[in-house]
Design a protein around this ligand. Sequence first.
Ligand SMILES: Cc1cc2nc3c(=O)[nH]c(=O)nc-3n(C[C@H](O)[C@H](O)[C@H](O)COP(=O)(O)OP(=O)(O)OC[C@H]3O[C@@H](n4cnc5c(N)ncnc54)[C@H](O)[C@@H]3O)c2cc1C
Length: 588
Amino acid sequence: APLGDLNAAFGNFSAEYLYGDSGARMPDVEAFRAEYDFIVIGAGTPGCVQANRLSENGNWNVLLLEAGREESLVQSVPLTAAAFYGRIGNNWEYPSEPMETACKGGPGGACLGFKGRGLGGTSSHNFMLYTRSHQRDFDGWASDGNYGWSYREVLPYFLKAESSYVKVSSNTFETPMINSVLEVAREFGYRAINPFDKVQLGFYRASTTTLKGQRYSAARAYLHPVCNRGNLHISMNSIVTKILIDPVTKVAYGVEFTKNGVSHTIRTKKEIILSAGVIASPQLLMLSGIGPRHHLKTLSIPVIKSLDVGYNLHDHYGYAQLRFKLRNPGTFEPHKTIAQQFDEYISNGTGPFSSPAGFDVLAFMKTRSSDLPSDYPDVELMVKTVSLDKSTTNKQLQYLGLEEALKHSSLLVNPSDDTLSMVILLMSPKSRGRVWLNSSNPFDKPRMDPNFFDHPHDLTTVIEGIQLGIRMGESRSLSKYGPMIDRTPTAGCEHLIFGSDEYWRCSIRQQGSVLGHQCGTCKMGPKSDPSAVVNPELQVHGVGNLRVADASILPGPLAGHPNAALFMVGEKLSDFIKEYWNGCVWKK
Ligand SMILES: Cc1cc2nc3c(=O)[nH]c(=O)nc-3n(C[C@H](O)[C@H](O)[C@H](O)COP(=O)(O)OP(=O)(O)OC[C@H]3O[C@@H](n4cnc5c(N)ncnc54)[C@H](O)[C@@H]3O)c2cc1C
């Protein structure tokens, strides 16, 4: 049982087991067939769903190729998700181009895009927040010509995922002040909603992809239960370098990859499903000859199909500098030491360690300048009311490295210095960025320009979102905690008057994406859409036997965190594929 594993691991102080490759718990294939019916590239969210659903048919052989290894056990703990993020090695780091409009405070003036590397992909690193998004998102896709993707048509696939493999739990831990934060909804005229409502405008207590307080990544959900199927081969440490496509027929027929330094070429009998994520999927398409003609030509890559691969990059910019000092502490459990809370987590999967990076309230709101429909949010305030009492850390936590990791986060507070913090997410950015190749070497990182705030309305919205957060801090509902805005200026903005629009503009530009919600670089759209890369059945336009399924296909921003929609995309795609090859689909 997963909780048993965790218990044993923490109980034995086995740090190596916690942080390292926990020793293939899943079979890792070494001897390949020459040919598979389906080859899935990348074990992110839809990639794991394909591996599971396609191998349900015992007559089909499926190969899943993943560049990384297994999740390490320490990734299971929700509270420390942000603290360990990017610190345990199994992730990709994609620095952006240096930017003038954002991320000026980042290394070299660049944004750093992190992505998970390993079974589960980024779902093994993320904050686990489960949000289905707004019905208007999917109805918008459908009205743009994406048949089959209206809210009415995708809902059964959310339900299918949630009722079979995906585990969604409501966060049970209550800080002293969480209910006061939820009361702000009523004070401001918003409804109390939940992540499953079709209209996402209002406040709720976070729900997460967890079971008994532990992360339930896409790999836990879709691979663990079926990894011993004889017709499913999972291959880790396998980096795909090229998709092989016949230049005359324009049909994909195989992949090249390296595993532990050895090169392999494997053919497919039916299809290749590319699920390498929003940066690596466009990279692989371009390396394989599918991309903007002018760009591929500059790198001498023979063009198989000219498409707008890499464009339409969009992300929920996140502003993470809004903090309130609390005169009366409200974010940690008084009279409990961290060790006691940790024991509670190990024994029952409850307590603050079960809380997703400390973010326990999500507030989907509208700013004054919103030009969106009246029931659609343009900002989300992620409110973090969970902290740990710094004065009570002990040797056990030091040994496990938890103290070291927490030191770099805002989770540890001195009781005399309690803090409430918020992240303001821009839900509907109008700006679009791009991913393109640096060279034709598959091991060279591609280039990325998030192009934050190219459209001036985006900056106005974030400033107004910050002002909503300040109003929340000043609300009647929170007054008993005596919140006072933390006026420590953002580095680089000290010369400006704190709280002026000019100050916020400067502070916003110092940072970039904090949540890594990048999407859209292999856009889904009908043939009539010149910017579309895949059609509504996720087949690459003009290329046979090749589909894309990951965050790259999402045509526009969602009013929610993307992972729930990606489970839905995965479930829907596997039905498309089953219907295509044998007319057999899951019936609701
Ligand atoms: C810090 C952070 C917090 C987040 N929090 C949330 C949240 O709380 N809720 C939410 O809904 N979303 C959240 N997200 C976003 C969400 O997790 C991602 O959008 C989603 O997991 C992306 O899934 P994917 O399948 O598109 O790609 P990925 O998860 O990136 O998966 C792609 C996989 O392909 C593999 N791969 C790449 N290249 C190759 C290659 N050449 N050969 C073989 N394999 C390859 C990668 O190693 C990876 O495993 C967060 C993201 C970040 C970064």
